[in-house]
Design a protein around this ligand. Structure first.
Ligand SMILES: Nc1ncnc2c1ncn2[C@@H]1O[C@H](COP(=O)(O)OP(=O)(O)OP(=O)(O)O)[C@@H](O)[C@H]1O
Ligand SMILES: *[C@@H]1O[C@H](CO)[C@@H](O)[C@H](O)[C@H]1NC(C)=O
Ligand SMILES: *[C@@H]1O[C@H](CO)[C@@H](O)[C@H](O)[C@H]1NC(C)=O
Ligand SMILES: *[C@@H]1O[C@H](CO)[C@@H](O)[C@H](O)[C@H]1NC(C)=O
Ligand SMILES: *[C@@H]1O[C@H](CO)[C@@H](O)[C@H](O)[C@H]1NC(C)=O
Ligand SMILES: *[C@@H]1O[C@H](CO)[C@@H](O)[C@H](O)[C@H]1NC(C)=O
Ligand SMILES: *[C@@H]1O[C@H](CO)[C@@H](O)[C@H](O)[C@H]1NC(C)=O
Ligand SMILES: *[C@@H]1O[C@H](CO)[C@@H](O)[C@H](O)[C@H]1NC(C)=O
Ligand SMILES: *[C@@H]1O[C@H](CO)[C@@H](O)[C@H](O)[C@H]1NC(C)=O
Ligand SMILES: *[C@@H]1O[C@H](CO)[C@@H](O)[C@H](O)[C@H]1NC(C)=O
Ligand SMILES: *[C@@H]1O[C@H](CO)[C@@H](O)[C@H](O)[C@H]1NC(C)=O
Ligand SMILES: *[C@@H]1O[C@H](CO)[C@@H](O)[C@H](O)[C@H]1NC(C)=O
Ligand SMILES: *[C@@H]1O[C@H](CO)[C@@H](O)[C@H](O)[C@H]1NC(C)=O
Length: 816
């Protein structure tokens, strides 16, 4: 009996003690609210409060949903150790979330749509029975990571924490929570990739849209998440193709817009019977425009890189190129420019001949991963294939030997393996820098094989080195001998004209007889025509000793007084100027009606030919380095005309067809028919407007008053052309305005637009891009409408420092 009394008092006191704890916490909770919830009062027992459920005096449920409550929760709320359900969502609670650690009974925790300020560390500790956790929409919560303790909630079904300032990566363990069906982490600051471990999970709702900086990588893991029904991944930085989702047999809502997805839309997507909503807009998806079945009631396809705007197959070359880049995982940098259904129009890395057949593919130095597709063999006109400096694996497909026109195949510096197929003798194959090539895939076994293969890669490297050295030597020798020829020519023509005593058009020193000119030009042979200009035909000539010259013969129609004027102007200027970056006049000839000028021969022709007429000599593209060099040469030549020559000359017709190139691709300015002599640097000269549309400075075109700044403007246009590879008046420009300057100045503000505008034959790395941006900026300065805001040529070419040139106030030159 005594024992029984003792026992019951023990039980009683135990109960009252615990109840008293809950009572104290519940009283604190009530007191923490700025206004009490209805049905809660400190004069009644807390177990009788509205929406509070107790079990033998212990609180198991508290539900206070959307009651406009505010205040800071008591920090010891976590001592309600029997609590199973806590619903505080849709109020205005603030302050830190109290710790619920070790509440092993807690199953449902709803804290979403409040204004909590932080999550305590160790929050997820020991929540072993937690099934549902909602934390979403607490905008002001201090940034936090999802801690690994959450894995202790092995029975977690639903976890929503959207818009709660989570940063870091999507943790790897969600895939190991066997019952997790809903994962909502949208509108946070998550970064990195989707963990592979999500594959095979039971997740049906995956909401990761709108991360601040964007999740990245591919979404291939989705193809093995067969329970998915709603997938929202929009507004991230995901890349690569949409994977085969045919195992996701419950998928109804797929929102992928505003990412950087590329590649073809898989056919399997069309055959998911449950699919209703799809958004794919604002990606770089390629290939045929998709046709969804009518069961897909809602789809957006917006801005993408589909080949057409309507369903149906793409052009054959386009289809083949897409097949080729599928093996690289459809790189984004290609998808950006590969729009439309004609691979010959503006597609990065692709060069076509005039019939529209692809002749050159330049994928060098693109960081591409993947394999070399046998689909290259479908491009039967292909001559040059550059795949060097990537991270390609696998072997060189034998099908490539079937490309009959192939001349250059460069696969150097990858990680290729396998036997090298047998190519014809006409193919220049470069395989340097692939340690495993020649073996059949298995890594070299043992030291001997390893040494053998590295030896095999060193040897071609050495050979290449020697070849390069020889080429450089030959170029230098050639350059020097050209110089010698040129100066010996000068002597033959009676010596260099003294610039100081020029000024008249009588130029006896350099007169050459018509007989000599007939001889050197094979009697003005049609086959020796170098080109035609506004005033006549230019012939190539060669003296007995091999010295080459260019002979400009005025067309009879141009031999009016205007033509004569230009002729004499050119002689008069050219006899007074001499500069390494101006084409030299070697002589002239006046014979009856004939008017002829003899210039130093520029073997690489005009800049126009190298910028625009690529079809025939597909390989001699100008690198960005060469373009910068050319720009600098031109700037030096023009600066000389403006400030360093005996008089101030304004060229007035600066444009790519008047920029000639030597074998070393160094440039000289030519065509002095329109040169004006200015009294001084500042005051404009009134003149008849001449020049070429697209290059005319606005003030000059409008008033006919010209200063040296008109040349600066034209120089700016040339820079734009060097960057974009476009004509100065280009009908293919967007916005229906063919004026290159107008368009280019419009895109200048945005680096991304500049990047898009770059000539497709330049494959810029990061350093090159920086250089391009600087030159683009300079081009903008040079073409500002107000002439006085344009820099002087001296500041453009960077040859003068501000100290040596008073008043120049800084250097614009991106070249130095
Ligand atoms: N010194 C040279 N060396 C090699 N080729 C030349 C030389 N000078 C001119 N040519 C070639 O002859 C073509 C015609 O040159 P020309 O200077 O007569 O005309 P243009 O500058 O193109 O036009 P315009 O005279 O109307 O300004 C050039 O496009 C170029 O191909
Ligand atoms: C109970 O609540 C009233 C207001 O509702 C308050 O004035 C009173 O101080 C509270 N009593 C205790 C013991 O907290
Ligand atoms: C709870 O309320 C009921 C009536 O609604 C009452 O009978 C009971 O005594 C109350 N219990 C406490 C502990 O206040
Ligand atoms: C939860 O329990 C663990 C182990 O029993 C203990 O180490 C930890 O300190 C507890 N955490 C809190 C916040 O009480
Ligand atoms: C939320 O809390 C912050 C302080 O953390 C406060 O500045 C803000 O006004 C609160 N917002 C609302 C809607 O209560
Ligand atoms: C997952 O759910 C099943 C029932 O749906 C349950 O039997 C199992 O215990 C749960 N797993 C865990 C780890 O809670
Ligand atoms: C996002 O998180 C990163 C760290 O992962 C941090 O550096 C950055 O400031 C955060 N950005 C915002 C907008 O919160
Ligand atoms: C679909 O599931 C089957 C069976 O698990 C698997 O063999 C196949 O590879 C899966 N398909 C995709 C596209 O993942
Ligand atoms: C998804 O589809 C349902 C019905 O099919 C529609 O009510 C809902 O608005 C759609 N959501 C989106 C984002 O398109
Ligand atoms: C399509 O989606 C929009 C929102 O994206 C929604 O308003 C509309 O109801 C949806 N239509 C159908 C038929 O699901
Ligand atoms: C080359 O082309 C021929 C005929 O089209 C074909 O039979 C052969 O298989 C091709 N070779 C390779 C290595 O693909
Ligand atoms: C072969 O191609 C490589 C790489 O494109 C080039 O460097 C080399 O000069 C070429 N050799 C010949 C003989 O054309
Ligand atoms: C590798 O090459 C050897 C001999 O050339 C051959 O016996 C072997 O089967 C090849 N292995 C593979 C995987 O192709």
């Amino acid at each position: 009996m005594v024992w029984l009394i003792y026992f019951s008092t023990f039980i009683f006191s135990f109960l009252t003690l615990s109840s008293a704890d809950d009572a104290a916490v519940m009283a604190k909770l009530l007191a923490s609210f700025s206004t009490a919830p209805s049905g809660w009062s400190n004069s009644t027992d807390y177990c009788n409060w509205t929406n509070v459920v107790c079990d033998r005096g212990r609180v198991t449920e508290i539900e206070l949903i959307a009651q406009s409550l505010s205040g800071t929760l008591p920090s010891d709320l976590g001592t309600l150790t029997r609590l199973e359900i806590l619903s505080l969502q849709e109020n205005s609670f603030s302050g830190p979330i109290p710790s619920f650690a070790n509440l092993t009974s807690l199953q449902y925790l709803y804290l979403d749509n409040n204004n909590f300020s932080s999550i305590p560390s160790g929050f997820f500790q020991g929540l072993t029975n937690l099934q549902v956790l909602y934390l979403s929409e607490n905008h002001n919560i201090a940034p936090w990571n999802i801690p690994t303790e959450l894995t202790q909630a092995t029975g977690l079904l639903r976890f929503y924490a959207s818009d709660t300032n989570i940063f870091g990566s999507v943790p790897d363990f969600f895939g190991s929570l066997p019952n997790l069906t809903d994962l909502g982490l949208a509108y946070n600051n998550l970064s990195g990739t989707l963990p592979q471990s999500l594959g095979g999970s039971r997740i049906r709702i995956l909401r990761l849209e709108r991360q601040k900086n964007g999740l990245s990588g591919t979404i291939n893991v989705l193809s093995s998440m067969s329970q998915l029904s709603q997938v929202w991944l929009f507004e991230n930085e995901f890349i690569g193709p949409i994977p085969d989702l045919s195992n996701c047999t419950s998928l109804f809502d797929l929102q992928l817009s505003d990412n950087q997805f590329t590649g073809l839309i898989p056919d399997s997507l069309m055959s998911i019977a449950t699919l209703r909503n799809v958004s794919l807009d604002n990606n770089e998806l390629q290939g045929p425009y998709p046709q969804f079945p009518s069961s897909v009631t809602n789809h957006t396809l917006g801005t993408n890189s589909f080949c057409k705007n309507t369903p149906g197959p793409c052009d054959d070359q386009v289809t083949t190129l897409l097949e080729i880049v599928a093996a690289f995982g459809y790189p984004s940098k290609l998808a950006k420019s590969w729009t439309g259904n004609n691979a010959c129009v503006g597609w990065t890395s692709i060069i076509c001949d005039s019939q529209g057949n692809i002749i050159t593919i330049n994928f060098a130095k693109q960081q591409f991963v993947g394999t070399i597709s046998p689909a290259f063999a479908k491009l039967t006109s292909l001559r040059n294939l550059f795949l060097g400096d990537n991270k390609l694996t696998g072997s060189i497909p034998g099908a490539l030997t079937n490309i009959t026109r192939l001349q250059v195949l460069d696969v150097s510096y990858n990680n290729l393996s396998g036997l090298i197929p047998k190519f014809g003798d006409s193919v220049n194959l470069t395989t340097t820098g692939n340690p495993l090539i020649g073996t059949n895939g298995t890594s070299p076994s043992g030291n001997k094989a390893g040494m053998g293969s590295s030896g095999a890669s060193v040897l071609p490297g050495m050979i290449a080195g020697i070849v390069i050295a020889v080429i450089i030597f030959v170029v230098v020798v050639l350059f020097i001998s050209i110089k010698c020829y040129v100066s010996s020519r000068h002597r033959k023509f009676g010596g260099v004209v003294n610039p100081e005593n020029g000024g008249t058009t009588s130029v006896p020193n350099i007169e050459i007889s018509i007989e000599v000119l007939k001889q050197v030009t094979n009697n003005f042979n049609e086959d020796d025509i170098l080109g035609r200009g506004g005033f006549g035909v230019v012939y190539k000539g060669e003296y007995h000793d091999g010295t080459k010259v260019a002979v400009k013969r005025m067309e009879s129609a141009a031999r009016g007084s205007k033509g004569i004027n230009d002729f004499q102007a050119e002689i008069s200027v050219l006899t007074k100027v001499r500069h390494i970056h101006l084409v030299s006049l070697l002589g002239c000839c006046i014979n009856g009606n004939e008017r002829l000028l003899v210039y130093e021969y520029m073997p690489q022709g005009t800049l126009t030919q190298h910028l625009f007429d690529l079809g025939e000599n597909g390989c001699s593209l100008l690198t960005w380095k060469q373009r910068v060099q050319i720009a600098m040469d031109v700037a030096r030549g023009v600066e000389y005309l403006h400030t360093l020559a005996p008089q101030i000359f304004i060229h007035r017709d600066l444009k790519p067809s008047n920029i000639l190139l030597g074998d070393d691709m160094r440039a000289k300015v030519a065509d002095f028919g329109l040169v004006k002599i200015a009294p001084d640097g500042k005051n404009p000269v009134s003149t008849r407007v001449a020049g070429t549309f697209g290059y005319l400075a606005p003030e000059y075109g409008a008033t006919g008053r010209v200063t040296t700044k008109a040349d600066v403007y034209a120089f700016g246009v040339v820079l734009m052309q060097l960057i974009t590879g476009r004509k100065a008046v280009d009908d293919t420009l967007p916005d229906d305005n063919p004026h290159l300057v107008t368009w280019f100045c419009g895109i200048l503000k945005n680096k991304e637009s500049i990047a898009k505008a770059i000539d497709q034959t330049i494959n810029p790395d990061e350093e090159t891009m920086e250089s391009i941006y600087r030159v683009a900026e300079l081009a903008g300065h040079c073409t500002t409408p107000k002439p006085y805001q344009r820099p002087d040529m001296a500041r453009v070419d960077g040859s003068s420092s501000p100290e040596t040139r008073p008043g120049s106030g800084g250097d614009y030159s991106p070249f130095v």
